[in-house]
Design a binder for this molecule. Structure first.
Ligand code: ADP
Length: 161
């Protein structure tokens, strides 16, 4: 059984992430979407909220699981029984960082490999930061995220969090 892990901040999950999740779920037997507890960023949603949102939007995908982790990705991958890390590549600007990350992970643990899926052209421009910026000014984010996610994002900005 081929298990893969798809790590990221998912703050919040967008149609771009979902496209990668769906495509990875067709290639691998099981995908675990893992929310990274990244102390370097100040997120809009807590880890628990991001996990809840991801579970809701992937509930119809039987081979997709959601969890969260602290610390080293390769350790979490090994613990989950995954030997493949999935990452999405949007543009050349993602490439340098992603290459460095995957090579570092490989140095840390040579049983874990990274597989890159290139984004669909429809979502190449899309990032969680764009979604937050548009929503913070009251703009329409319905083309970027599923309705459930949009509702959660607007709710945050209404509360002024
Ligand atoms: P991170 O903080 O780890 O970059 P993100 O949640 O921003 O977390 O992204 C997680 C992964 O999803 C990364 O591999 C990123 O390149 C990819 N990704 C983000 N947005 C898109 C998109 N629109 N299309 C395809 N992949 C994407």
């Amino acid at each position: 059984m081929k298990k893969a892990i798809y790590p990221g901040s998912f703050d919040p999950v967008t149609y771009g992430h979902l496209d990668i999740i769906k495509r990875a779920a067709m290639i691998f037997d099981e995908i675990t979407v893992s929310v990274l507890n990244n102390s370097g960023k100040s997120p809009l949603f807590s880890i628990e909220e991001r996990v809840k949102i991801l579970k809701e939007v992937t509930k119809d995908m039987p081979n997709v699981k959601v969890d969260s982790f602290n610390g080293l990705l390769v350790e979490h991958a090994k613990k989950s029984g995954a030997d493949v890390v999935i990452r999405g590549l949007r543009a050349i600007t993602d490439f340098e960082y992603e290459l460095q990350l995957s090579q570092t992970n490989r140095k840390l643990c040579d049983q874990v490999d990274t597989v890159f899926l290139t984004t669909s052209l429809d979502y190449a421009y899309l990032s969680s930061s764009t979604v937050k910026e548009v929503a913070s000014y009251g703009g329409d984010i319905s083309k970027f995220v599923p309705p459930y996610v949009a509702e959660m994002v607007y709710r945050k900005y209404q509360k002024g969090e």
